[in-house]
Design a protein around this ligand. Structure first.
Ligand SMILES: [Zn+2]
Length: 458
């Protein structure tokens, strides 16, 4: 079964074929580590983690790189504001980013190149662009000359005139053309900087990704991903740098996820609706956030709201309840992915909402299935969950959650269930019902079945 992905460069869904027959290279732009990741930053992480899992079903070797931008104006500003060293800021937020993404069940990338560990390749790339006449030095800056590349703007579908009208380019006297962008800029004495042929300075942001891709993955990679907001200027400028320096393709498939809104509004600091992952994790488990992020197709906008999260929590709860009912039956993990509807859905440009619908269909089948068919159905649900990075916990743990914050202990609940059983045996149904209601009021739901009574947190 082949994988199809929508390529931003061609504007079409294409059959995916890696450059090397059995190995894939993928790069996703990572965080600038000066603050906590917000939920919008988490969307590409979860989307491309799901793609990473899917690619591993197809290919023996998948190299997934996600960079850490650890030199940037915002980092310098954050360090100054907090009277701290640059390193203490970048170390703290790199660590917190890794922790938060792990909470979302995102696997660690194969490699995590840091910008500050790759300065030499950045200088080399800048020199190459200068030598080939695509860059020039002006007032201590090295700039890329956009007019030197005839098809500059191809990825975002913008002409140079559109870009100027869009006014997202910074006009400065040292530029020959307003669309020219910085490859290398001078560093103030108190700021981080590295010696270069153009004096002490530091790299421009776009340069970092092009240089790290060449250094760690090669001149042409298979997949480059990120949020839509990165198409212009960041990815456009990466294409310009890498193609003008090395020739060839740079990236075979460009993938971009759509925006995430909060309660129907664009997330912004000024609106005060900036939700960090860490803040959301205080109210919701990481798997709930992940499920919510995967509930829309990655190329569709996603409205992130409390209702969406409540719904995600309830859906996961019902799937875990289904799995708990078949907890004692053996697991058949010999799942043939080819022909599986959830696998087909994911292979069609990562259609996660359809894959989730297929899991529901399997759960429904499982409820009605004769005993001998249950192990296979359970295996198929878990295989689908594994690809989506969900349903990997023990159902009992998920449903009973963490009682630390609750005023009732597991022993008290078990005792209440035993008391209710005794009341029922004595035909005191009023008392049995009272115990059930009492537990419900304390956030505990009872589920009766032939195997006895089990409980979960509401
Ligand atoms: Zn990048």
């Amino acid at each position: 079964m082949s994988l199809k992905i929508y390529n931003t460069m061609s504007g079409k869904k294409e059959r995916f074929e890696p450059l090397q027959p059995n190995s894939v290279t993928m790069y996703v732009c990572g965080p600038t580590v000066y603050n906590l990741a917000h939920i919008g930053n988490a969307r590409p992480v979860v989307v491309f983690d799901t793609l990473y899992r899917l690619l591993q079903c197809h290919y023996d070797e998948v190299t997934y790189a996600r960079n850490i931008t650890d030199v940037d104006d915002k980092i310098i500003a954050a360090a100054r504001e907090g009277s701290r060293s640059i390193e203490s800021v970048t170390e703290e937020f790199t660590q917190k980013y890794r922790e938060d993404m792990a909470q979302l069940n995102a696997l660690p990338p194969t490699i995590e190149p840091h910008a500050t560990h790759n300065i030499a390749p950045m200088i080399a790339l800048t020199e190459k662009l200068l030598a080939k006449g695509h860059a020039y030095v002006s007032e201590g800056h090295v700039l890329f000359a956009v007019e030197s590349m005839p098809d500059y703007g191809k990825l975002s579908g913008r002409s140079l005139d559109d870009m100027l009208a869009g006014a997202r380019v910074e006009v400065a006297d040292y530029k020959r053309h307003p669309g020219d962008f910085v490859l290398w800029k001078p560093a103030a004495d108190e700021d981080p900087g590295w010696d270069s042929p153009w004096g002490r300075g530091r790299p421009g942001w776009h340069l970092e990704c092009s240089a790290m891709i060449r250094e760690h993955l090669g001149e042409t990679i298979d997949i480059h991903g990120g949020g839509r907001d990165l198409i212009f200027p960041h990815h456009e400028n990466e294409v310009a740098q890498s193609r003008c320096a090395h020739g060839g393709d740079y990236v075979r498939y460009w993938m971009h996820n759509a925006y995430l809104d909060i309660d129907g509004e664009k997330m912004s600091k000024s609106l005060g609706n900036f939700r960090t992952v860490r803040e959301l994790l205080q109210s919701y488990r990481g798997e709930v956030l992940r499920f919510a992020l995967l509930s829309a197709h990655y190329r569709s906008p996603l409205n992130f709201s409390a209702e969406l999260l409540e719904q995600a929590e309830a859906t996961l709860g019902s799937l875990y309840s289904t799995l708990r009912q078949v907890e004692d039956i053996p697991l058949d993990m010999e799942v043939q992915l080819a022909g599986e509807p959830f696998y087909e859905a994911l292979n069609d440009d990562l259609n996660t909402p359809l894959a989730i619908a297929e899991i529901h269909a399997l759960a429904k089948q499982l409820h009605k299935a004769p005993e001998d068919e249950k192990p296979a159905l359970k295996g198929r649900i878990l295989a689908a969950g594994n690809l989506l990075g969900i349903l990997e916990q023990h159902p009992q743990d998920w449903l009973q959650g963490d009682l630390d914050s609750s005023d009732i202990t597991a022993e008290e609940i078990e005792q209440a269930i035993a008391d209710r059983q005794a009341a029922k045996a004595a035909k005191d149904y009023a008392k049995a019902d009272e115990i059930r209601q009492d537990l419900l009021a304390r956030g505990i739901v009872l589920e009766d079945s032939r195997e006895g009574t089990k409980w979960k947190r509401a």
